[in-house]
Design a protein around this ligand. Structure first.
Ligand code: IVH
Length: 821
């Protein structure tokens, strides 16, 4: 049992750690721990504060997780009206504004303070005695909605201000926004799940601020920039002083501001940010310039609605013309189809644009897009720009309207569209290649099973060559790892004809058939041989060999033999390629005959596949030559990393496993909620609609996805296989009694003989102290406990990966244990 004193210290320590990670995320735009590890810290804090409420501080980071449900927001009146700003769109209008200011002040002795105009939702925060007491939206400028509970979940909004001379009461105003990265991430997830997309970051932010359930607000990483301080007893006389003060108090201020001595300087600030603003973490649509000095502001005063001392300059949305070249239809992990427009490259807002998103068939209809249309492209903050309109006057006569596809571009299955859904989808989940790839990529993803060394290319290769087709197959790879050695990754060098003959590029063939000539030299030679008949190329190659001066006689003899075999084999010619069977025949000597090789090549797509099938007894030299023929291959190191990653993934928690399964609409948060609630996969798969709906955060759509998933026999078979491989299909951590939390969030491995623990004991001990035990050496480890006689290969690998190694004694002192020896 933890004593109150220990609890108090731990609460302080956890709060400090969590605040530090929040600071990194919001202020420095980086992270040192995963979301999962962060949530663990928070969970522990909440648990301790529940147990020892006397140590719950009002500004504890636990106060930001939300939970309050507001059915209807109360409204409140603003102390002073929240005004809007006048807008300008040109240099002339700005100069005219400056003239009015000079006239109003009767001199030109003033400064402007320039800020970007953030495109979000205005908010007013009121603090009393250093504590946040209310957050109110702009509303109609006079009254707004009280959204305090939601705002408190934004992790960098100070709940309490520390420091000296804090006024008894003050107000800060700013702009809440959804960072573009978050916006794009949410939309990407929604896209994959087939949900409707959020229209733009601004709407997403305003929708989030007004959500009824603050725990959902907490999960969307809103942020806020502050740009105004209001109060009656403030010690500041100008805006720059105010901004520095609120920055000192801990409010987030965008670092993009600048003081300008004249309207000319303002113009150059505007020019400066015209393109740079696209690198900012949020959308901006202009610049706000404000008179810096407060007395001068007062002198200038207001019109009915807007201040005369400030104005906004709006950037023109840059729009460029481009040509629609074609439309690519992408198939996502869940089978959702996304059309993407391929455009003639144009320069837009600092980048070259070649593609634009079209979202779905409705969008194409809305734009009335025709083949070859001239389109207008604009760039918001999103990753890929959008087509805003079509120039009908430039449309070519007879251009056909774009016909949306009705079959899957990847597997030719007829597409379907559910009622009320914007996207078409391919129902062939089990066999459609990008769906298989997407599911496996999702399964191994860092935030799911976290399997190292399984990047897209490698997964694609394993799928193409039929080693895997669903996640359960991944766990069978260990048994067949010897077959993976030398497996070829990119198969661009091959061509297969309809009648099954496998060809390989001339470049690769020449490279493997000769000795002493570099691949680069051969590539160069081949580049100069385009559109020349094969017989002539072979002739030229022989001359090339002679000039190379490398093993001339031997190399020429090989090419001469090649000419002969090609002739007698009767295999049809293919420009720039040679039959793989012939090339291999020359390389393996008398180990195989041409007919056998031809037959093997008929059913395979790579040299690796053929060689596995032929089971030849090759000499080292022959092996080396065949290696030269192959594409990039799986090497020993990669395979062992992969296998270790696969084994280590077996320790991932139940919630990660649920997430990894890739059930439609189940993101990380939902997976966590479901794992906590149902505790086992059986309870989840057997839950009826009522059971599911009783869980906070589960709605109709999710119920359908879950039930659809578990009604597929193939999914149940796969889960059974995964279960047999030892994956966690039930909650384990929470059932264990915790001894302490000193290893919270750490991934640890013990190797060699330990003095104080047996093998199983160390695993239990690590887990009981909040750590996670990994079964293999991998990059994800925080450290290794090095016992006596640790295996040299493991040690070498750990050193290579730069993993810290500590002694058993160091480990014990880390967890605060002294064990009698
Ligand atoms: S100052 C009286 N500064 O623009 C001046 N406003 O059109 C009060 N906005 O309601 C506003 N970025 O929501 C100011 N750097 C900035 C701003 C900004 C965005 C918004 C704000 C305001 C609206 C006025």
């Amino acid at each position: 049992m933890i004593t109150p004193i220990e609890a108090q210290a731990r609460i302080a320590d956890l709060s400090k750690q969590i605040n530090y990670h929040n600071f990194l995320y919001y202020q420095e735009d980086r992270t040192e721990i995963s979301d999962f590890e962060f949530d663990k810290l928070l969970e522990e804090l909440i648990q301790l504060e529940r147990q020892f409420p006397e140590y719950l501080e009002p500004d504890s980071p636990s106060q930001r997780v939300g939970g309050a449900i507001t059915k209807e927001f109360e409204t409140a009146e603003h102390q002073s009206r929240m005004l809007s700003l006048g807008n300008t769109y040109s240099e002339e209008e700005l100069l005219a504004f400056d003239e009015r200011v000079a006239k109003g002040l009767e001199h030109r002795n003033y400064e402007y303070f320039c800020e970007l105009k953030f495109d979000g939702v205005a908010i007013s925060l009121v603090y009393e005695n250093g504590k946040l007491i209310g957050a109110v939206t702009r509303g109609d400028g006079t009254r707004g909605d009280v959204v305090t509970e939601n705002i408190k979940t934004i992790r960098n909004i100070p709940l309490r201000i520390h420091g000296e001379n804090i006024p008894e009461k003050f107000e800060v105003r700013g702009e809440i926004f959804l960072p573009l990265r978050e916006f794009n991430k949410i939309n990407q997830e929604r896209e994959e799940n087939g949900d409707t997309l959020l229209a733009n970051p601004r709407n997403a932010a305003s929708g989030t601020v007004k959500m009824q359930d603050s725990s959902i607000v907490a999960k969307r990483r809103l942020n806020c920039y502050f740009y105004q301080l209001i109060g009656s007893e403030l010690s500041v006389n100008s805006h720059d002083e105010a901004i520095h003060l609120i920055e000192k108090w801990g409010f987030n201020v965008s670092p993009t501001y600048a003081k300008c001595e004249s309207i000319r300087e303002v113009l150059s600030y505007i020019e400066d940010w015209k393109e740079k603003r696209f690198d900012l973490p949020l959308e901006t649509d202009g610049v706000v310039l404000k008179i810096n000095n407060y007395d001068q502001r007062e002198e200038l005063g207001f019109t009915a609605k807007i201040p005369k001392w400030a104005i906004a300059y709006k950037y023109k949305a840059e729009s460029v013309e481009s040509q629609l070249l074609s439309i690519t239809y992408q198939v996502g992990r869940t089978g959702a189809i996304t059309p993407v427009a391929n455009l003639s490259p144009v320069h837009l807002a600092g980048t070259t644009v070649k593609r634009a998103s079209l979202h779905n068939a409705n969008e194409i209809e809305r734009l009335e897009l025709h083949e070859g249309d001239t389109v207008f492209v604009e760039k918001g903050g999103e990753i890929i720009p959008k087509i805003t309109a079509v120039s009908t006057t430039k449309r070519k006569v007879g251009a056909k309207p774009i016909q949306y596809i009705d079959h899957c571009p990847e597997c030719s299955t007829p597409l379907e569209r559910n009622e009320g859904e914007a996207k078409h989808f391919c129902p062939n989940a089990a066999n459609c290649p990008p769906q298989i790839l997407g599911r496996i990529e999702h399964f191994v993803h860092k935030r799911a099973m976290d399997i190292d060394s399984m990047g897209t290319e490698r997964i694609r290769t394993l799928i193409d060559q039929r080693y895997i087709e669903n996640p359960a197959d991944i766990y069978d790879l260990e048994e067949i790892q010897d077959q993976l050695l030398g497996l070829e990754m990119s198969q661009d060098q091959y061509q297969k004809t309809d009648d099954g003959i496998l060809y390989i590029s001339l470049t690769k063939s020449f490279f493997a058939l000769t000795e002493g000539i570099s691949l680069t030299a051969i590539q160069k030679f081949c580049e100069g041989q385009m559109e020349i008949p094969l017989e002539k190329i072979l002739e030229n190659f022989k001359s090339f060999i002679r000039t190379s001066n490398k093993k001339v006689a031997q190399n020429i003899a090989t090419i001469a033999k090649l000419e002969k075999v090609l002739q007698s084999s009767g295999i049809p010619k293919l420009e720039d390629y040679l039959p793989v069977s012939v090339v291999l025949y020359l390389l393996v000597g008398n180990q195989a005959n041409l007919e056998e090789l031809k037959a093997a090549a008929q059913h395979e797509g790579t040299v690796h596949g053929i060689m596995l099938k032929m089971k030849l007894n090759l000499t080292g030299e022959q092996e080396e030559r065949i290696k030269k023929l192959k594409a990039n291959t799986f090497q020993e190191g990669v395979i062992s990393n992969m296998i270790e990653g696969i084994n280590a993934s077996k320790s991932q928690s139940f919630e990660k496993v649920i997430f990894a399964l890739g059930i439609r609409n189940i993101g990380e948060n939902t997976a966590q909620i479901l794992a906590k609630h149902f505790k086992t996969i059986d309870a989840l798969s057997n839950a009826c609609s009522e059971d599911l709906l009783a869980v906070n955060g589960v709605g109709e759509t999710l119920v359908n996805s879950i039930q659809d998933y578990f009604s597929e026999k193939a999914n149940l078979v796969m889960i059974q296989r995964l279960r047999e491989k030892g994956l966690n299909f039930k909650v384990t951590e929470t059932e264990k009694e915790l001894l302490g939390n000193s290893l919270q969030g750490m991934k640890i491995l013990a190797s060699g003989k330990l003095n104080h623990f047996k093998r199983d004991e160390i695993i239990d001990f690590i887990e009981a102290n909040g750590g996670q035990y990994l079964k293999a050496v991998s990059k994800g480890l925080d450290f290794i406990i090095e016992g006596e006689d640790m295996g040299p290969s493991k040690k070498e690998k750990a050193q290579k990966l730069g993993i810290k190694m500590i002694s058993e004694e160091e480990f014990l002192s880390m967890v605060g244990k002294t064990i009698e020896t």
